[in-house]
Design a protein around this ligand. Sequence first.
Ligand code: 13P
Length: 287
Amino acid sequence: MLVSATEMLQKAKAGHYAVGQFNINNLEWTKAILLTAQELNSPVILGVSEGAGKYMAGYKTVVGMVKGMIEEQNITVPVALHLDHGSYDHCYKCLEAGFSSIMFDGSHYSIEENVAKTTELVKAAHAKGVSIEAEVGSIGGEEDGVIGMGECADPKECKAIADLGVDFLAAGIGNIHGKYPANWAGLSFETLDAIQQLTGDLPLVLHGGTGIPADMIKKAISLGVAKINVNTECQLSFAAATREYIEAGKDQQGKGYDPRKLLAPGFEAIKATVKEKMELFGSVGKA
Ligand code: 13P
């Protein structure tokens, strides 16, 4: 069964740990993350970007796969299936398809329009028992080879969006998606602290979890971050393990070309990355 992410994140915020959102791309990704969560008795959030949803043949396909896997693999830890950086239209598509959590990324609209659309989507999500994340201050990243620096959100705008009844809030604090450039200034804990002071118990979300040093992750959790998104790091470990297998010529030995063998090292690599993150975030044993 899928659950909304509200309860697991409220518990995480109160307990001073964070729940990982790990983005999925296919069956191997989903299975690696769910099995690791179960082995470590950790709650987990499966993130699906619009692009990944399209790649996996649509949101309904994803819901079917995840629900089926939870049942067949006896996954009993809390699992939320969450739309990552959703547009207004795709939030509705995911509500219809059976997601248990959505993110509306209205950070590129004016604050007035972000407020109007978020207000409407909060109502629509809650009517279905689905949790909703909103974003203030856009989170940069690499686009066409140019790395945009992460913005710092305005704490007052964060408070305005928090007051609309969203269940958790992503606020830019200098974080970006993908690898961090060598000259990255680090997270702005001053901004995070100011946001938490205005938003109180609301769980805060840290995007761009890949490559943030462990001490910064711990400090962010101590200042109210209760959900940390990780995507690129699983992709990098999957790619490295797959490369090693092929470069060793293993796909040409026996039936090493069988996808169940070819994808196995990458699958194990995702499991190891997810385990490392769950240990760092403190969610092990919190299911
Ligand atoms: P990374 O790809 O940098 O880990 O970021 C993931 C993320 O924030 C998804 O929303």
